[in-house]
Structure formats: structure tokens, C-alpha cells
Write a protein that binds this ligand. Structure first.
Ligand SMILES: Cc1cc2nc3c(=O)[nH]c(=O)nc-3n(C[C@H](O)[C@H](O)[C@H](O)COP(=O)(O)OP(=O)(O)OC[C@H]3O[C@@H](n4cnc5c(N)ncnc54)[C@H](O)[C@@H]3O)c2cc1C
Length: 375
């Protein structure tokens, strides 16, 4: 538990990264205060929860980061479940990526990590798969977690158990720097509409798609995604199906989470669109025709925090005292475990293994600037 009178580490944004960081910092004895504008708008509640470094076809440093996080997820989830007393809905169920030809399958960036399937193998893994798919890759090591209904709540509960304080409905308006440019306070407006100044020498920026509103140097833009869910029979689908443009994620109770559009041009425009919903319906009919008859449950949308290379911005940033945990685009659920571990360790000045320090360095915020690339 945190020492009394210790100035808390401020977490700016109470979405998935904010909660994951708050939890790890509190576990290490830090006082932590989460400033959260709107819990429900967090992409952490929107995501499909796939843990899919291989099915997503990642490469280079991002694949390495995803694989490192995937390895850590079972222990991370066990910790959250023990701390919260709640289940997170982790399912190491494997993910199947279908292709229209064996050639397309063999050209997939992560093909070497998966098991090659022909049409017959595809039908065995995904009974009822649409007729246009002739080949597939099974990534048995990938999986899913029920972020929307379980993980986010369990993380919040785990934070509370470790003494984390929350100010919900609080918008951080700006950062105040001292003469040397380091963080010395944040300015905010609380849920009652009052302006406040909170002194802070240590904070984590975890504002997701909205991060550049607080720190315009960060190249983070929103990429909107629309989702829907259907209620299927309990064990109709054993594996996640990751098709081009649409994926189907079967939860334990038969709920089928269907995603997702990828709309960079939509900015922060709220709401569902007919074109987006049509894309998802067509994707369902292509991937698993029988599911087109299953009753619809919910429809929702959210904003992925995207960077120029679609990798996150991690660790120290342009403002001393303000660490970054943002820009995770379409893999934030996967990357939450490693993000929380590495950023918390760097913030607290803990030693990192060389491989971990290398990963953190690969996701520096200024890697897009020519003078800092490859440093
Ligand atoms: C449709 C969709 C599907 C996805 N599917 C997957 C998937 O299957 N697998 C996967 O790994 N990832 C997936 N993702 C990505 C994942 O959800 C995100 O990368 C991750 O949630 C980002 O976490 P975050 O904490 O950075 O942002 P968020 O979870 O969005 O949280 C940001 C929070 O910051 C708050 N905030 C913003 N500005 C301020 C401010 N000024 N003051 C105070 N608070 C503020 C917001 O209110 C929000 O609650 C998906 C995302 C979307 C949108």
C-alpha cells in the first residue's frame, strides 16, 4: 500500500493503458491517482480483445513486442484476477486466418509461425466456414480476452484493491512545465466543472486516441472502428476467425463479437454508419454464413490511437516527468501487459533486461524524426 503524503503519480486517462499502469505502479507501492474524462469512451471497452500478434501479420519490432506481451499475458491476467477476485475471460483458443488461395496463405508475413491448412483442414478448424476460402493459417498460440465485459472491470477493481484513487469525469486540460521544461503540474476541469491545478512531477500520458490534444508533438490520430455482436449457440465456434476486413471472436457463452471497420478519415465523428454496418454484415456472410441468422445483440464504435508506423509510443517523452503509454492502434489489448511492465519499470528507475530496454527503445516517441531513427 502507498505511503501517506506521497505525491501521487498521475495517470492521465483511465482507459486500458491507464488502468494497467495504475495497477502495476500501485502494486510497487506508489500512490496513484487516475484522471479519467469518460470511462465509457475508452477503446479498452470497444476492442474485440484478440491477442493476435501472428494473426494480425505483424512484423519487425512490433511482432517482437507483441510476442513478448503474449508470453506475459497469462501471469498478468492471473495477477489481476487474484487482486480483483474477478475473472478476465482469457481464452487461449487459437486464431484461424482464411485465404482464397494457398499462394496468398504462404505469402502472409507470419506464415512461418502458423500451421498451414488446406480447405479440408479449414473446415475441420471452422465448421461452416464460407465456400470462398481455400486455405488457412492456424495460429494456436494466439487467443482472446473478454475486455469489454471482464478485463476492464477486473483491472479497475484490482486498482481499487491496491489503493488507486480515481477522479472520473475529469478532463485534463493542459500540462504545466517548469523553467527547465519538466512537468510540474496538470490543469484540469473536474466533474462538477471546477478548474483545478494539481502539482505533479511524475505522470503517465495514457489518453489513447486523444493523446495529441494534450501533447501536440505526438503523432497520434484516431482510427474509428465499428463493431457489433450476435448471440450464437454456446460452442458454435471454437476458434477466432480473422478474415480480411472482418473478424469473428466467439466468447465462452456463445456471444460472437464482430469487428471491425477501420476509418481513418472519420476523425472523432461519433456513431454508427450504414456503410460500416453493411461491411460487417457482408463479412459475417462471407466468413460464417450461418451466423448471419443469429440474433444481433449490440452495436458500438470507438477510436484506435494510431501512429505513423502503427506501433505504440512508450516510455520517456518530450516532457521530463511525463511518461508515455499510448499509440497502440489495433493491438492495445495484446500490448497492455508489456506496456504496463516496461513503462512502470522505467518510471520507477528499475533495471530492465537488455532485451526489454531494446524493446522500449524501439518504441520511442521521436523515432519518426530522421535524426533520431536507428539511435
Ligand atoms: C474497434 C476496435 C477494435 C479493437 N480490437 C482490438 C483487438 O482485438 N485486440 C487488441 O489488442 N486491440 C484492439 N483494439 C485496440 C485497443 O482497444 C486500443 O489500442 C487500446 O484500448 C488503447 O488503450 P488506451 O488506454 O491507450 O486508450 P483508451 O482505452 O481509448 O483510453 C483512453 C482514455 O483516455 C481518456 N482521456 C482522453 N483524453 C483525456 C483528457 N484530456 N483527460 C482525461 N482523460 C482523457 C478517455 O476518456 C479514455 O477513457 C481495438 C480498438 C478498436 C477501436
Amino acid at each position: 500500500m502507498a505511503a501517506a503524503n506521497q505525491e501521487p503519480v498521475l495517470i492521465l486517462g483511465g482507459g486500458l493503458m491507464g488502468l494497467a499502469l495504475a495497477h502495476q505502479l500501485a502494486r510497487r507501492g506508489e500512490a496513484v491517482l487516475v484522471l479519467s474524462r469518460r470511462r465509457s469512451e475508452a477503446a479498452g471497452f470497444v476492442a474485440a480483445g484478440m491477442l493476435a500478434p501472428h494473426a494480425e501479420g505483424l512484423s519487425g519490432d512490433l511482432l517482437a513486442l507483441g510476442q513478448a506481451s503474449l508470453t506475459r499475458i497469462p501471469a498478468w491476467v492471473a495477477q489481476i484476477e487474484t487482486d480483483s477476485g474477478l475473472r478476465c475471460g482469457l481464452r487461449p483458443c487459437g486464431i484461424v486466418v482464411p485465404f482464397s488461395s494457398a499462394a496468398a496463405r504462404d505469402a502472409y508475413p507470419t506464415a512461418a509461425w502458423g500451421e498451414a491448412l488446406d480447405r479440408r483442414g479449414l473446415e475441420q478448424e471452422v465448421p461452416g466456414i464460407g465456400p470462398s476460402w481455400q486455405a488457412g493459417l492456424l495460429f494456436a498460440q494466439d487467443g482472446q480476452i473478454d475486455n469489454r465485459r471482464q478485463l476492464m472491470r477486473a483491472l479497475e477493481r484490482a486498482c481499487v484493491e491496491w489503493g488507486v484513487s480515481f477522479q472520473e469525469g475529469t478532463q485534463v486540460l493542459g500540462l504545466e512545465r517548469n523553467g527547465a521544461g519538466a512537468l510540474q503540474a496538470v490543469h484540469l476541469r473536474n466533474a462538477e466543472g471546477d478548474a483545478q491545478r494539481l502539482p505533479a512531477q511524475r505522470a503517465v500520458l495514457a489518453c489513447g486516441a486523444w493523446s495529441a490534444q494534450l501533447l501536440p508533438e505526438l503523432p497520434v490520430v484516431p482510427v474509428k472502428g465499428q463493431m457489433l455482436s450476435l448471440q450464437g449457440p454456446r460452442q458454435a465456434l471454437g476458434r477466432v476467425i480473422f478474415g480480411p476486413g472482418t473478424y469473428l471472436v466467439p466468447r465462452e457463452d456463445g456471444l460472437l463479437v464482430v469487428g471491425a471497420t477501420s476509418e481513418a478519415e472519420a476523425g472523432f465523428s461519433e456513431g454508427l454508419t450504414p456503410a460500416g454496418q453493411r461491411q460487417l454484415q457482408q463479412g459475417i456472410a462471407n466468413l460464417l454464413p450461418e451466423a448471419a441468422q443469429w440474433p444481433p445483440m449490440e452495436r458500438w464504435w470507438g477510436f484506435r490511437p494510431c501512429t505513423p508506423d502503427e506501433g505504440p509510443l512508450l516510455g520517456a517523452g518530450p516532457v521530463p516527468g511525463l511518461w508515455l503509454a499510448t499509440g497502440h492502434h489495433r493491438n492495445g489489448v495484446l500490448l497492455a501487459a508489456i506496456t504496463a511492465e516496461l513503462v512502470a519499470a522505467q518510471l520507477l528507475g528499475e533495471g530492465l533486461e537488455p532485451a526489454e530496454a531494446q524493446l522500449l527503445a524501439a518504441f520511442r516517441w521521436d523515432r519518426f524524426q530522421p535524426s533520431t531513427r536507428h539511435t
